[in-house]
Ligand binder design. Structure first.
Ligand SMILES: [Zn+2]
Length: 276
């Protein structure tokens, strides 16, 4: 071995050692670095849960019915049909409307629903789109509507995002979490209760007059031992407004749920502890 070759070999050895040291320190660095990400994991875990929910139970096919906006027609047209089958639903109220705008339920009617074991949730004070307003306004919409409901003896734990905006945004969900237990958006999916899910961005299917009975059946028939189906309505009237459903179609849909043994429960029921 020439001096030159010997020098080259030593140089290779030195480089190998340096690389070795670098990579092992990289491993140590990574090891030290990963725990710093634990808080993010924790905050994600607090937004999701697989525990402490009451439904579905063995053999149940659960459908949750939500009425958005607090329209008067939900009380005059939908409630008598719900009562026929003893179905309890969730009503998401825009709290500035009652007693002020005749197209919406008044406080007496809302309190009556609450006393009949329906779930009364918040749908903000003014129905402002959370994607278009400042954090302070979002905070006001969340806390003031909660207070408005409390003033009438209603402890609202359910929230519904206006236009579904804000669901899936972790910053907004954190604000919602300070006041409510669950929140619903408008993502067209069923909810798989057998795995971790985001309780502040619950999915739901919108039902309108353009929704055929076949489509309605396709939605609700996804309900099984692990999947819950959430559907929501706006006006239950003559069906002329595109977001509305005729009283006749609504009656047919409820009859279908009843005849086929579906369990209809309010959203609030999702996080009622099995043990309590
Ligand atoms: Zn709405």
């Amino acid at each position: 071995m020439s001096n030159n070759e010997n020098f080259v070999n030593k140089k290779i050895l030195a480089i190998t050692v340096i690389i070795g040291l670098l990579s092992s320190s990289l491993v140590i660095y990574e090891f030290a670095w990963s725990p710093s990400h634990t808080p993010d994991m924790n905050s994600l875990l607090t937004r999701t849960t697989t525990t402490n929910y009451a439904i579905p139970q063995e053999g149940q096919r659960v459908v949750c019915i939500v009425f958005d906006d607090g329209w008067l027609t939900q009380y005059t047209n939908a409630l008598p049909i719900l009562d026929e089958y003893n179905f309890k639903a969730t009503f998401a109220i825009i709290t500035d409307n009652p007693d002020k705008r005749p197209a919406y339920m008044n406080w007496n009617q809302i309190v009556t629903l609450y006393k009949q074991s329906h779930d009364i949730g918040s749908h903000t004070t003014n129905h402002l789109n959370f994607a278009k307003i400042e954090t302070a306004s979002i905070e006001y919409q969340l806390s003031q509507s909660k207070q408005d409901l409390l003033k009438h003896g209603i402890n609202a734990t359910t929230f519904v995002y206006p236009e579904g905006e804000g669901a899936g945004n972790p910053d907004i969900e954190k604000l919602v979490q300070q006041h409510y237990t669950i929140a619903r958006g408008i993502n067209k999916e069923y909810l798989n209760m057998s795995q971790a899910f985001n309780q502040y961005a619950l999915p739901s299917y919108t039902i309108r007059n353009s929704t055929t009975l076949e489509t309605f059946k396709d939605y609700v028939n996804q309900a099984d031992a692990s999947n819950i189906v959430i559907i929501y309505y706006q006006q239950i009237s003559d069906g002329t407004v595109f977001t509305s459903v005729t009283t006749e179609n609504f009656a047919t849909q409820m009859q279908y749920l009843y005849d086929n043994g579906f369990t209809v429960q309010p959203l609030k029921q999702l996080f009622t502890s099995v043990d309590s």
